[in-house]
Write a protein of this length. Structure first.
Ligand code: SF4
Length: 317
């Protein structure tokens, strides 16, 4: 008898495809190509929905060797235990999560970062991505990451002098590191938008197209210690720029900065903790990396912490 393909594609079979049922339908995801298919005519009972968020970000460390003025990473020293991260991600994978994005701080500062990516890529069905300033990449690290990462996000707020004034690293050095990024996996550019970087958007998106970036993620600056975030005039100018954008690299925008921008959400019913959760470098599960409060992940695991956080959020709604 012919088997039901939906049943045979369990992650333990190491299928390249992962299947997730949620409030928006049946979602099929291929981590190798990044292709998503949504069968929105599929209606499942809530009890059948995946319990884990669709995506999770993990700040493996707060440490970073740069000092960007708008950095929102906590300035306390904290680093996650390797085995705990693996356990949490295995649990999230088994409960329907589709991908993990490692960040920080700077994830390449994490001593066993390449080993972590390899383990998660090989022992779970999660798509593995990370966000990096790229300046710590060398041939050895790039080789160790290649094949164990599905997408890289490179932080590049502006080009030339703008980049150098904000990141205190030379732009030509970034260009050299981008060659290494290309050897690891497909990649995109993360661009913090504020009054200093806005004028570089045209040049940055053109540069992104030239170097083969697949995505340009707009990150309107968020309020953080001593900074107020993107100002109203810059936010208005950004809306105007987006409306007139004709570049070839697709634009995306952070959820936190999306207000007022023309966006499309293919999974409109999958919101909040069903869509995304963040684990900070102290092992606190949060609704986003900008939140201060969350739930400490204890010995009973990340899904238990998620239940507690979900209840807390619902009580406050
Ligand atoms: S590279 Fe990222 S983590 Fe490091 S200081 Fe800049 S914004 Fe913060």
């Amino acid at each position: 008898m012919e088997q039901n393909p939906l049943r045979t594609a369990h992650p333990s079979a190491r299928s390249p495809l992962k299947y997730r049922v949620g409030p928006s339908g049946l979602h099929i995801f291929d981590r190798q190509t990044g292709i998503n298919l949504l069968f929105d005519e599929v209606r499942a009972r809530q009890s059948q929905w995946a319990a884990a968020p669709r995506q999770v970000s993990v700040a493996v460390t707060n440490a970073c060797d740069l000092a960007c003025p708008y950095c929102y990473a906590p300035k306390t020293s904290a680093t996650l235990d390797f085995d705990s991260v693996v356990e949490w991600l295995e649990e999230l994978d088994a409960n329907g999560c589709l991908g993990v994005g490692f960040g920080g701080g700077e994830p390449t500062v994490y001593p066993r970062f390449a080993e972590l990516c390899r383990k998660i890529a090989h022992e779970t069905a999660l798509a593995v991505t990370f966000t990096t300033h790229a300046h710590r990449l060398n041939n050895e690290l790039a080789s160790a990451l290649a094949g164990n990462v599905h997408f890289v996000r490179v932080s590049m707020d502006g080009v030339g002098d703008t980049y150098e004034s904000l990141r205190s690293r030379s732009f030509s050095s970034l260009c050299l590191r981008l060659e290494l990024v290309r050897q690891i996996a497909c990649f995109g550019i993360n661009f913090v938008v504020n009054s200093q970087t806005l004028a570089d958007l045209d040049a940055a998106t053109e540069f992104a197209a030239e170097i083969g970036a697949l995505e340009f993620l707009l990150l309107p600056e968020q309020p953080t210690w001593g900074r107020t975030g993107i100002d109203e005039n810059t936010a208005l100018a950004l809306r105007h720029w987006v409306s007139n954008y004709r570049g070839s690299v697709p634009l995306t925008v952070s959820t936190a900065g999306a207000a007022g921008l023309p966006t499309s959400n293919p999974l409109p019913n999958e919101t909040g903790l069903r869509a995304y959760a963040h684990i900070d470098a102290s092992g606190i599960l949060k609704t986003s990396s900008f939140e201060n409060a969350g739930v400490a992940i204890g010995v009973d695991g990340v899904m238990r912490a998620l239940e507690v956080l979900r209840t807390r959020v619902e009580e406050n709604e």
